[in-house]
Write a protein that binds this ligand. Structure first.
Ligand code: SF4
Length: 415
């Protein structure tokens, strides 16, 4: 089968190859070779999803593979093993090379396991039990993953990660209760302090499931913001990724120690938002969400507020099946509005996950995603508004292309 990147090159021949290779890795993945297994033994951070390696007899064997590629271009990309992919990793001259069939593309490495992974809190908890993951150079904090929208059957249509389950239980999260356990916050403090001192992280992103109103959301996040700031001092940037709250709520985040915020609207189209994000729509509402974003710019300043979107939900039910052209027009309208008001939008393609109403092949096509990312990068260029590095940077942008486009088109990130 022809590789995706070759087909993309024919259509987008001015887009630099490394962006197309990363797109292939994100959408099609990489074929399993023993080199992937060896890289983990040599110190690469292991993926949460091991590879199921077929055996000549008996059930498949679970094999650890790396989590993140480091491409020669400086980009990172998630490692997704897919044996139908045309790409594979082979050893060459003491390092690893990425190949498309017989053609060598570039050198690759893997993000190494961080040095502080064996750290345990004073009560013996691991970083995961404290709700902290290191993804590239970003520390993602999620101490309350359960989302109240799931309980009222109003979860976002693409979301498979906000259910109450073993993870929320282990963190002591209780449905309907705003406050978090003291023990959870203490563990969070100890892990973040250790991670910040290791010097291996650059930014902290606070996220979690939603509460049923912006007021409750502020009460939920404030102690998390305050704990994170106390733990990392002035070493790391702290971003609050709660649901949208009003200007006064954002000011409280700032006063508790946040530097920036990211309130994810998920889709710009007014007719799509209520059906794709019924919880956000009924608990906050689109107008109030946008007002919250604008108020946050008053608090944190231009370029210190962001909103993430899932591109592709517009094309499928329960959305009213927009055409690709109408989707693109809506997304570009939203991007222009947000950028002109100092807010940075980010777009990930719809990646259908199990447990949602979308089938595996319902995701946004790579062609549409590249087209969209290229157009939005041109809009950032026109406004001299690069993606700020507190939000995503080359070291943590393993699922998105914004940073790669900015670098390829000469937009320098603001630190
Ligand atoms: S707000 Fe939506 S995307 Fe976020 S956890 Fe809840 S259901 Fe998932």
């Amino acid at each position: 089968m022809e590789s995706l990147s070759k087909a993309l090159k024919r259509r987008f021949n001015s887009i630099p190859d490394p962006i197309l290779w990363k797109t292939e890795l994100l959408f099609r993945g990489v074929r399993f070779t023993n080199e992937l297994e060896e890289a983990v033994k040599e110190g690469a951070a292991a993926n949460y999803w091991p590879y199921r390696k077929p055996q000549p007899e008996g059930p498949p064997k679970f094999v650890d593979v790396p989590y993140l590629f480091e491409l020669e271009s400086g980009a990172v990309a998630r490692v997704r093993v897919e044996d139908r992919s045309g790409f594979e990793v082979r050893r060459s001259n003491g390092g690893y090379r990425l190949l498309d069939g017989d053609r060598e593309l570039c050198g690759v490495g893997f993000v190494q396991a961080h040095k502080w992974q064996s750290f345990r809190t004073s009560d013996g908890a691991t970083q995961f039990e404290a709700g902290v993951e290191q993804l590239g150079d970003m520390l993602v904090v999620n101490v309350a993953p359960g989302c109240e929208y799931f309980l009222s059957k109003k979860s976002c249509t693409f979301c498979g990660y906000g259910r109450f389950g073993s993870r929320s239980k282990a963190l002591g999260q209780v449905q309907g209760r705003v406050g978090l356990e003291e023990r959870t916050l203490q563990r969070l403090y100890e892990v973040l302090r250790c991670a910040a001192e290791s010097g291996e992280a650059r930014h902290v992103y606070l996220t979690g499931g939603s509460m049923l109103s912006p007021e409750l959301e502020v009460e939920r996040y404030l102690p998390v913001v305050e704990t994170a700031r106390r733990a990392v001092g002035d070493k790391l940037r702290v971003t609050c990724g709660s649901g949208a709250v009003d200007r006064a709520g954002t000011a409280r985040y700032r006063d508790a120690g946040a530097d920036s915020c990211c309130y994810n609207l998920e889709t710009w189209a007014p007719e799509v938002f209520p059906v794709v994000c019924p919880g956000k729509s009924s608990s906050v509402g689109r107008d109030r969400w946008i007002e919250g974003l604008l108020g946050a710019v008053d608090v944190f300043g231009r370029g210190n507020v962001a909103s993430a979107f899932v591109a592709g939900v517009e094309l499928l039910p329960p959305a009213p099946r927009m055409t690709p052209e109408a989707m693109m027009a809506s997304i570009l309208e939203g991007a222009g509005f947000l950028m002109d008001h100092g807010i940075m939008p980010l777009y990930s393609p719809l990646w259908p996950v199990e447990g949602t109403g979308y089938a595996k092949d319902d995701g946004l096509s790579p062609e549409l995603y590249i087209d969209l990312e290229e157009k939005i990068c041109r809009m950032r260029q026109e406004r001299d508004f690069p993606v700020p590095s507190w939000l995503i940077c080359p070291g943590c942008s393993y699922m998105l292309l914004e940073v790669d486009f900015d670098r390829a088109y000469g937009l320098a990130a603001v630190h």
